[in-house]
Design a protein around this ligand. Sequence first.
Ligand SMILES: [Zn+2]
Length: 348
Amino acid sequence: MMRNILLGLGVIGVSLIACQKESTMESIDKIDAHIHIRYGGTEVLQTAAANNFQLINILVDHNGFSEQAAWAKAQEEIDDGHIKTITTFSMVDWTNPGWQQSVIDQLAQDFEDGAIAVKVWKNIGMVERKPDSSFLMIDDPVFDPIFAFIAKEGKVLTGHIGEPRDCWLPLDEMIAESNRGYYSRNPQYHMALHPEFPAYEDHIEAVKRMLRKHSDLRYVGCHLASLEWSPSEMAKFLDEFPNAAIDMSARIDDLQYLDRQEVRQFCIDYQDRLLYATDLGIRNGDDPNRFCEKLQEVWQENWTYLATDSLVTIRGSETQAQGLNLPMPVLKKIYAENARRWYALEGW
Ligand SMILES: [Zn+2]
């Protein structure tokens, strides 16, 4: 009898340990759906594998991207079980009549080479101008054949359009300390100082008009689709566009300043539409060990915030936020299943 009780307690003990283990960061499959790996070493992929992470490596139309593409290829050659690439296209010569076809030809080749999606960046809306000097926005008809081609190929458009709303606010009205730091160091990007540039809402509305035109296009809005300040605005966006998801890259700290209960409920209500991501990056010449340390630190901090109810210190500030303690089925979706579904990576 005593032996049976002890055996029974032993079983409870083992299942408690199993339960505890189940909730550590390493214990579930995860995808960092937005990262920039621009070097040829193996350290990042080793760190990813050790932490049970797969990576989605994104090229950006900034200072040309052929070098980024070569590094991305090199990373896939090291271990394509742990890394996939999102390609992009260049806006150079976009007013030339042959530009659209040359972009489509390049993307066709990129898809054949394994690219899973196409990134568009904030240079559309904030840098590129039309011949009449107005800004070229993401819903401009010049993009229509390109986006139609991406949809026809069953691929995804991944968009970083606009900036966090803080960018249009005076420094002392910004929500996130990290934004205050960034825009005080980079006044050229601080839109509150540049009223001649498109307003925050102009970018948000341009994305919506584009998605209304391309209702069959799967879309991932990077950085919480630049709606990071409002769970209800994110909810409205996701409700209107069933083919859209949002990645959380570089905006988890923005969420940490908001009402915890509201953010938690949003994550639960939209558990099928959120992709975990960091937006961290390494360039050739950076110290890979330091980068990997930071990567692991951010992954762990984000896990503590999303998966537990412990207090975390918000990056770049002294403010603390309490973790969301999301249920395990929700975590599994946000951390991997949604990225797999959106980017058609079943079996990867
Ligand atoms: Zn990025």
